[in-house]
Design a protein around this ligand. Structure first.
Ligand code: AMP
Length: 554
């Protein structure tokens, strides 16, 4: 790697497990083992006095210290109401996630004996602005340069498209993880990987399958002991059952039945859990993934995609045999299980590597075209194309990578937004509605301007409420939306009702939204990048960053 272009690592920040990958000297993505020599680290954080323990030890500690352990924090990303209190200190989801990031990075640094500064972090395609921003914040609190937040299914598709040599294909990525389900249609071509459509549910994942087992175990315990006691009210028993449930679930991916021991208040009850029973009590969860897949396929049709070539299954929960069976039955095609645990981290690493190689190419191109360091940023793709072959060779020589790898780094990644964005407006009946400027599944980056009118004569200001929602319609009911920001445009006096106000929404590849509102008569303009209130920021963010430095993570 050239001295100037930084190595960028990929982090899969999962609900249940996290991992870190890099592209090695041979151009191959590899997951870096953690200090336990495992490729995945449980995303579990244990507050042990002044310090923090992340991973397997934390997961095991949840049995003994359930109140000091946080699991599934990803489900609370971007939710200001989530606060974990320990020793009088308040931790938000971003800060807790930052410990997980620090752990996987630290372990990798130790293994590689090199410093990691720059990372790409993945998040579910389904994440909205708040959750994405919170994910970025988590990386920043941990002290790293977060170069990009990319979608998990996109990362999986990048890994798939890069590692499995094949022709052009339209692929459905069915990603059932620990806490989220994403279903994404991706068009993989030799020079571009394009996301066509995405859907899913960020509250549906392996954890729900575990919870069903726990509920079943509770019932069996009550039946056997002939009591009605809710043993889940005891935090120790509850944690114990959750861990046993996850273990049992994994065993059932291999075997037809497994014994589970429930101990509570001196009672010991052994339950023999059969796969058939497990499938029966979780059938509706699987059906929900099927329904969401159909929904997404309908959306894809609107974009002209009526068919696909293959379904690939990623995410740890796709190891449950009933997933592949059900998908094969419903969609009349045998799905491929593709590297369920590692595809996302590897794809993120390839993405980071691509960024880094492209930076190297721009630097070389700048040198070739006689630009100064300050002008480096301004080297356009057109200029780069003019000197491409030569620059590719120079970067290959510099980095030691094969020229075919360098060419591969030029593959374009095109994404879509998983949410719609609009403003609160009034319809002809004076009812409040959301007027969507950007509809979900629109290719990003995108810019759109719409003209609205002021409501009354001599209106003093326009307050623009920026809404995120799931609707695929331009006019949507406000109940289904969340406010992600507000902007105020002050108006000059004397304007009549219906004075035009141009509102522009600009959404970038990462899902960051910039809004401009213009009242053209006096060229008044406001510009706001939506800084969501649901995410740690300002002084609180700086404090979290400083505090992070003083807390040791192991
Ligand atoms: P991910 O978020 O992709 O790391 O997926 C983690 C989820 O996969 C967790 O809910 C795990 O319990 C689940 N999982 C991992 N391995 C298996 C397995 N062999 N069988 C069933 N579920 C699994």
């Amino acid at each position: 790697m050239s001295a100037k272009s930084k190595k960028i690592f990929g982090i899969d920040l999962g609900t249940t497990y996290s991992s870190l990958a890099m592209v090695d000297d041979y151009g191959k993505p590899v997951v870096i083992p953690n200090s336990d020599n495992q490729h995945i680290t449980p995303s579990v954080v244990f507050f042990d006095g002044e310090n923090v323990v992340v991973g397997e030890v934390a997961k095991e500690s949840s049995k003994i210290y359930p109140n000091d352990v946080v699991s599934f924090v990803k489900r609370s990303m971007g939710e200001p109401a989530f606060i974990f209190e320990h020793d009088g200190k308040m931790f938000r989801a971003e800060e807790i996630s930052s410990f997980i990031i620090r752990k996987v990075v630290q372990d990798a640094e130790l293994y590689l004996n090199e410093k990691i500064t720059d990372v790409v972090i993945t998040c579910p395609a389904y994440f909205g602005i708040n959750e994405r921003e919170a994910t970025r914040r988590a990386g920043e609190i941990a002290g790293y340069n977060v170069r990009q937040i990319i979608n998990e299914p996109t990362a999986a598709a990048i890994a798939y498209g890069t590692l499995e040599s094949m022709g052009d294909k339209v692929v459905l990525v069915y990603d059932l993880g620990g806490g989220t389900f994403d279903i994404t249609m991706i068009d993989i071509q030799s020079n571009a990987i394009e996301v066509i459509c995405t859907g899913g549910d960020h509250n549906l994942g392996g954890k729900d399958w575990d919870d069903r087992i726990v509920a079943y175990l509770l019932q069996e315990f009550q039946n056997t002991t002939k009591t009605e006691e809710d043993i889940l009210e005891d935090p120790d028993t509850c944690q114990d059952l959750l861990l046993s449930a996850e273990k049992a679930k994994k065993v059932l991916s291999q075997r037809d039945k497994t014994p589970v021991l429930i101990t509570h208040g001196g009672e010991r009850v052994k339950v023999l859990l059969e796969r058939k029973k497990f499938e029966e009590i979780t059938q509706d969860l699987l059906e929900r993934t099927v329904a969401l897949t159909h929904e997404m396929l309908e959306e894809a049709k609107k974009k002209g995609y009526w068919n696909y070539d293959e379904i690939i299954l990623v995410g740890g929960s796709s190891r449950m045999p009933q997933v592949a069976t059900r998908i094969a039955q419903e969609f009349s095609t045998t799905p491929r299980i593709f590297d369920p645990d590692e595809a996302v981290a590897k794809g993120a690493a390839i993405y980071g590597w691509k960024l880094s190689i492209n930076e190297g190419m721009k630097q070389k191109a700048a040198e070739k075209t006689g630009k100064t360091a300050e002008q480096l940023e301004a080297v356009s793709d057109e200029e780069l194309n003019g000197v491409l072959e030569e620059v590719e060779q120079l970067v290959a020589d510099d980095t030691g990578y094969d020229i075919s790898d360098i060419k591969r780094s030029r593959v374009q990644i095109k994404n879509v937004t998983s949410k719609s964005f609009g403003i609160i407006a009034h319809d002809s009946n004076d009812q409040e509605v959301i007027f969507n400027l950007i509809l979900k599944n629109t290719a990003v980056p995108t810019v759109i301007t719409k003209t609205f009118g002021t409501a009354i004569d001599d209106q003093e200001a326009v307050s623009i409420q920026i809404m995120e929602n799931e609707s695929s319609e331009t006019i949507a009911p406000p109940e289904q939306a969340v406010v992600i920001g507000t902007a105020v445009l002050n108006l000059p006096t004397g304007l009549s009702a219906d004075t035009p106000i141009d509102i522009t929404f600009k959404l970038n590849e990462e899902g960051r939204l910039e809004i401009t509102a213009v009242e053209s008569s006096e060229s008044r303009r406001i510009k706001a990048t939506v800084k969501t209130r649901s995410v740690i920021q300002g002084e609180e963010f700086e404090k979290a960053k400083a505090r992070s430095k003083s807390i040791a993570v192991s």
